[in-house]
Ligand binder design. Structure first.
Ligand SMILES: [Zn+2]
Length: 283
């Protein structure tokens, strides 16, 4: 009896220690995961991303597609697809994970464009696991955007009949203003409404910015699918910062030191809220 009581006390202490310990284990920092995307090749980026998703318990599948040789000589691209919610029509939330490949065999930059957006979507995927959704939401990380939107083309070619709306995130981590470019297809009003509500609810600074550089959103537009592309940038009043942002894209200066770590979690929250609003609003 005494031994049993003693054992029980030990169990209680052990449980308490475990509980305290669990509380103390910090969530992985977005900046830490983003730093892991600094790799020598897009293939290595893919491997790290698979590792991050496994660590976070986020199920995914891969879509492989053939392409003309990339500067590094890759002839196969790979998209990462994470699915949530019931088997219905689909809301696609996407970002490209590849960076520009130099012919010398290295990756050029790739943190603001578009590693930061990838980490935002990984955090979004983790959050979506605990939400009840009305629609299928697929979070998709595209390969080979930088050599002609090939990943998104392969994805949309396969999934077009299911897609009812798409949100693309391209360029992030440099500020807490969401600039968004609505595509031209019908039903974009639903996405704009979802964005507007999210920005109001979270008191997030958002503005329509039609002159976006082309990205994977063009693939959805070409297929007449409703799409909005988002970027997380400095406030438009900081014109110098915006100009330096435009200059650093696709250069070796697109480094981790350009990322403002405090902007990543709020960006994830506003994308999450937009997706949940859209899931409510859209038929
Ligand atoms: Zn990009």
């Amino acid at each position: 009896m005494a031994i049993r009581q003693h054992l029980c006390s030990c169990c209680i202490i052990l449980l308490w220690v475990c509980a305290v310990h669990a509380d103390q284990i910090p969530e992985p920092e977005p900046l830490y995961d983003l730093a892991r995307l600094r790799q020598d090749s897009n293939s290595a980026r893919l491997e790290v991303l698979k590792e991050i998703l496994r660590e976070r318990g986020i199920p995914f599948e891969l879509q492989s597609f053939q392409s003309a040789p990339s500067p590094h000589g890759r002839t196969q691209g790979t998209n990462i697809i994470m699915s949530f919610g019931p088997d219905t029509k689909e809301i696609t939330v996407c970002a490209h994970y590849d960076a520009v490949e130099s012919t010398e065999g290295e990756l050029i930059g790739g943190m603001v464009d578009n590693g930061a957006a990838v980490i935002i979507l990984v955090d979004l995927a983790k959050a979506l696991k605990s939400h009840t959704l009305r629609h299928r939401v697929r979070v998709v990380l595209f390969d080979m955007e930088e050599i002609g939107l090939l990943g998104s083309r392969a994805y949309v070619a396969t999934h077009k009949p299911e897609i009812i709306a798409a949100i693309n995130v391209d360029v992030a981590g440099m500020g807490s203003t969401m600039a968004y470019a609505p595509g031209k297809a019908e039903r974009v009003a639903h996405i704009q409404k979802a964005i507007g509500l999210a920005c109001t609810e979270l008191e997030f600074s958002c503005l329509e910015f039609p002159n976006f550089p082309p990205g994977d959103d063009r693939t959805f537009q070409e297929m007449n699918l409703p799409v909005v592309s988002m970027a997380f940038i400095p406030p438009l009043e900081s014109i110098l910062k915006i100009q330096s942002l435009m200059k650093l894209l696709h250069t070796q200066d697109d480094n981790l030191d350009k990322i403002d770590a405090t902007t990543l979690n709020p960006a994830t929250q506003v994308v999450l809220k937009t997706v949940l609003n859209l899931d409510e609003i859209i038929e």
